[in-house]
Design a protein around this ligand. Structure first.
Ligand SMILES: NC(=O)c1ccc[n+]([C@@H]2O[C@H](COP(=O)([O-])OP(=O)(O)OC[C@H]3O[C@@H](n4cnc5c(N)ncnc54)[C@H](OP(=O)(O)O)[C@@H]3O)[C@@H](O)[C@H]2O)c1
Length: 269
């Protein structure tokens, strides 16, 4: 590969998954106009709107519609991102359903595993070698951001599969960061508490979230933490994030389950 001699000051080309809404859209808005963007989500129409909103003279913005539940779509997105020569991968898209595992369809349960786990692993594993090689070439540094959740720190009954996928994201990112120490790439796991986005409604929770953060705060804190720390927890400290300090795990899970059963009941009405 041909190397460029210039060192960079910030990320030049970013792939953001789930870029049309909430935290992903906030990441897209928070990156400086000197960062070219490859925006992905399922809705081509919303991606085109995002591209038009973020357009700046001299800025390259491409859109890549992809349903991350589908392995073929993930593979096609890898090709687009490799061709775009990204140096920042924001693994943001996520999905999940509140309610009992046995009340969900198999499709809904596996969607959470595919989008929140399999697609993130595939994108990260496939794109990292090129990102590291390009960074070594130009004496810069690449970045990988993985959206986990405050729900990653303990089992969350009635949000079981979602919380388990987020525990995977946390451990995956922390392990990867350790493996890549010494390489020109920073890995950051972001664990937001409740955040005011479309996510709650999509997950089946229509209620108010009184202590919720704004997605812009999450994106800003994450970008500030990238390269400085491995895990950042944003928003009001949720009991789940504090759970390792809260006594026997089984008792905590039981108490959390009782609370979540009520939330799930309301969600189903
Ligand atoms: N909001 C919270 O309280 C909260 C808390 C902790 C962690 N998080 C995490 O933060 C991340 C962003 O969530 P958000 O709150 O910003 O949610 P959001 O507003 O619902 O946005 C989700 C984004 O992901 C895309 N997406 C959903 N399913 C997809 C699929 N199958 N394939 C490709 N893209 C898909 C959506 O676009 P399309 O529908 O067009 O595909 C959208 O752009 C997620 O990983 C979530 O788990 C959120």
């Amino acid at each position: 590969m041909e190397c460029r001699a210039t060192a960079k000051r910030h990320y030049r080309r970013a792939l953001i998954t789930g870029a049309t809404s909430g935290i992903g859209a906030a990441f897209a808005a928070a990156l400086p106009p000197t960062t070219d963007l490859l925006l992905s989500a399922r809705s081509e129409e919303q991606l085109a709107q995002a591209r038009d909103t973020l357009a700046q003279p001299g800025r390259e913005i491409e859109i890549a519609p992809a349903d991350l539940r589908q392995p073929d779509a993930v593979a096609a997105l890898v090709e687009r991102a490799e061709a775009f020569a990204i140096d920042l991968l924001i693994n943001n898209a996520g999905t999940g359903q509140i309610g009992a595992v046995l009340d969900h369809t198999l499709e809904a349960e596996t969607a959470a595993a595919m989008v929140n786990v399999v697609a993130k692993v595939a994108l990260t594993r496939s794109l990292l070698p090129g990102m590291i090689e390009r960074a070594k070439c130009d004496g810069s540094s690449a970045g990988v951001i993985i959206l986990s959740s405050a729900a990653a720190f303990a089992p969350v009954p009635y949000f079981t599969t979602y919380a388990a996928t987020k525990a995977f994201c946390l451990h995956y990112g922390e392990g990867l960061a350790e493996e890549l120490r010494g390489e020109p790439v920073s890995v950051l796991v972001v664990c937001p508490g409740a955040t005011r986005t479309a996510f709650g409604g999509r997950a089946g929770y229509g209620g108010e979230m009184p202590c919720a953060s704004e997605p812009e705060d999450v994106a800003r804190k994450a970008l500030a933490a990238l390269g400085r720390q491995t895990v950042v927890v944003t928003g009001a400290l949720s009991p789940v994030a504090l759970s390792p300090l809260l006594g026997p795990r089984r008792l905590f899970t039981g108490a959390l389950g009782a609370g979540m059963r009520m939330v799930a009941g309301r969600a189903q009405r």
